[in-house]
Design a protein around this ligand. Sequence first.
Ligand code: M6R
Length: 357
Amino acid sequence: EKGTYPHYMLKEIDEQPAVLRKIIQAYQDENGNLSLEQETLEAINGADRIYVIAAGTSYHAGLVGKEYFEKLAGVPTEVHISSEFGYNMPLLSEKPLFVFISQSGETADSRQVLVKVKELGHPSLTVTNVPGSTLSREADHTVLLHAGPEIAVASTKAYTAQVAVLAILASLAAEAKGKEIGFDLIQELGIAANAVQTMIVRKEEMEGLSFDFLELSRNAFFIGRGLDYHVSLEGALKLKEISYIQAEGFAGGELKHGTIALIEEGTPVFALATQEAVSPNIRGNVKEVGARGAKSCIISMEGIEEEGDRIVIPAVHPMLTPLVSVIPLQLISYYAALHRGCDVDKPRNLAKSVTVE
Ligand code: M6R
């Protein structure tokens, strides 16, 4: 029930700190260490390469997950759009593990891949919010998101839950290999949950920014580098699906390879700059689009912020910024849809779970 909330989407955005805390609890053993069912852990550890299969927002979470599996655990990982994988299968490694990420566990495109993978005899794991869902029943292993029912078509809390759970899986994979990840993930996830809370409290400010940047826009761009690039894709999807503003997320470095041609006087550009190593480059991109008339909203992080940044998220571990930087983007999309009189929870032409190919 949405209670006093005008929309499920807003309620679900608000639930994110609690969801993150629930996940931290759910994956902790009685000694306070991260833990997972032995069999599931063995499946992850037995793989020489992970193939993530997902669609939409879950695919975007998978892109972040790849960074975790590779950078924290040293497991080579590929992320594939489920609808493409069926007929465009890459060469597989000797011991692949297929990880299906799906909020609903019912996405037909993903299920089609699972059927194929099972025919080939490869192990599979579903990361889902719905116990007993088709993808959960049919895969060898299931890892739950613990996000609670997500009703709004636009996925919000499932995304942050997916990112957090993937970080936990990667850190457990690292531990099994005797690799140090170099930080206390439980503690850092707790810090991230608090940072998410801080951003949620700033709703009015986000509403103002949404109005300021998107009131009269037909289109909008989201740019980022590294982890921020993955979040920019999610920001663009969120905006387009509920507000019908044409939005594109892309890698900052790609600007000059085409997209910059679209920049006109007043074009809104949301630039994510939470990654210290590439922050100067993305700021360079902001100057480039600014010189062509773009109106930029820089989203940075405490500690690496600069004067004029419109949104500064609290400092969190650099690997966990996607959990926090996505919040203002969710809120800005929500308010853009609201101001345009769109049906926020049930956007046109869309279903919550896409059970047809
Ligand atoms: O249930 P799933 O995670 O498999 O759904 C995948 C996509 O259909 C879903 O994420 C879709 O892109 C959302 N509406 C995005 O907000």
